[in-house]
Design a protein around this ligand. Structure first.
Ligand SMILES: *Cc1c(COP(=O)(O)O)cnc(C)c1O
Length: 337
């Protein structure tokens, strides 16, 4: 281990910055937070909400952001759509046009429902509402699909180490627009641990505000090498191809998908187990156990759609070979039900 104020750490931090910036498609610094993603999600509220935040909600993680906003003492309102549906620009525009909001929270890839919202059409509204802070969680889609931070014009884009990065949990990564940092600088009650201005100041010296999870930074250095050796386009294509293969597996076995057609995630598939009309219905906990007995983990559905859906991840390091093994285990498990 090494000291986090010494040259060794600063060199490591500075070395990975260009790759992180390439991955975020940004000229801004990419900050490293020793926390899970929720730390930065809560931090974004404390740094950027002065008036009222609009929480775009279409699943368990995005719904929770409303609760978290209120727990932080922020005035907050929901833009709630049905689980399984994406957030659409028209609905967002109708809320923002009221002029009540100075920030919004959006989850690009709702991990609980396997729905990916159309980030391009949503981010395009930033031009119409330049004073609204666009805070976007890409925890389960970041690095699986292109998310060009600067080009989209977002204010905060955040992710965690344990989803598509396929690293252990415990670190979050995020970028802030210059406008977000300027707004944060004027905001009282930012706290300390997630003060974006502390991240900015320390990052200028290739450091973090407090002692970082240095082990993760080494792991990230190695992961970034893997990512750029594969190539970003190849990585994105691999995620799309494997998600499609999983959707095909579901169709072949008579299952529907939970997401509204056209908005399926590229990093995980939420299979409908009777949650939508006309599909096959199985005993999900039993199926999950049979799959587990064969050495693989799938998820039995999240929150209120537990059992009426199940989720299959293809994010991170999965390949055609590893996914084929999983499909074979699921085929056997279905037969054994
Ligand atoms: C997993 C996840 C989170 C929560 O991340 P933590 O690392 O547990 O804080 C937030 N948002 C989304 C979309 C997620 O998938």
């Amino acid at each position: 281990m090494m000291g986090h104020r010494g040259q060794g750490f600063k060199d490591l931090y500075a070395k990975i910055q260009p790759k992180l910036q390439a991955l975020f498609h940004t000229r801004q610094q990419v900050f490293l937070s020793t926390s899970s993603a929720w730390g930065v999600m809560e931090g974004a509220l404390r740094n950027l909400v002065a008036k009222k935040v609009l929480c775009c909600m279409n699943g368990a993680f995005s719904d929770k952001w409303l609760d978290v906003s209120r727990r932080c003492g922020k005035a907050a309102e929901a833009l709630q759509v049905d689980w399984g549906s994406p957030i659409r620009a028209e609905a967002l525009d109708a809320k923002l046009t009221t002029g009540q909001f100075d920030a919004l929270t959006l989850i690009h890839n709702e991990t609980s429902t396997g729905v990916m919202s159309p980030i391009g059409e949503l981010a395009a509204l930033k031009k119409k509402y330049p004073d609204v802070m666009f805070i976007v969680d890409s925890v389960s889609s970041f690095s699986a699909i292109k998310l060009p931070f600067d080009e989209l014009g977002l204010d905060v884009l955040l992710t965690g180490s344990q989803k598509a990065f396929a690293l252990p949990p415990g670190m979050a990564l995020f970028a802030c627009s210059p406008a977000a940092l300027a707004k944060a600088a004027k905001q009282a009650d930012r706290g300390y641990y997630f003060d974006f201005i502390e991240f900015q100041k320390n990052s200028e010296g290739s450091m973090t505000p407090s002692t970082p999870t240095i082990g993760h930074v080494y792991a990230l250095e190695s992961k970034l090498e893997d990512i750029f050796n594969e190539g970003l386009e190849a990585r994105f294509a691999r995620h799309l191809r494997l998600a499609q293969k999983t959707r095909d597996w579901a169709a072949k076995h008579g299952f529907g998908l939970f997401p509204e057609p056209g908005f399926e995630s590229v990093s995980l598939t939420c299979v409908s187990n009777g949650a939508r009309a006309g599909g096959r219905v199985i005993d999900v906990p039993k199926f999950q156990k049979l799959v587990k007995d064969r050495g693989f983990l799938i998820d039995g559905g999240y929150g209120k759609i537990k059992g009426t859906t199940f989720r299959i991840s293809n994010m991170g390091d999965e390949t055609d070979a590893t996914m084929d093994q999983l499909y074979a285990a699921m085929d056997e498990s279905l037969k054994a039900l």
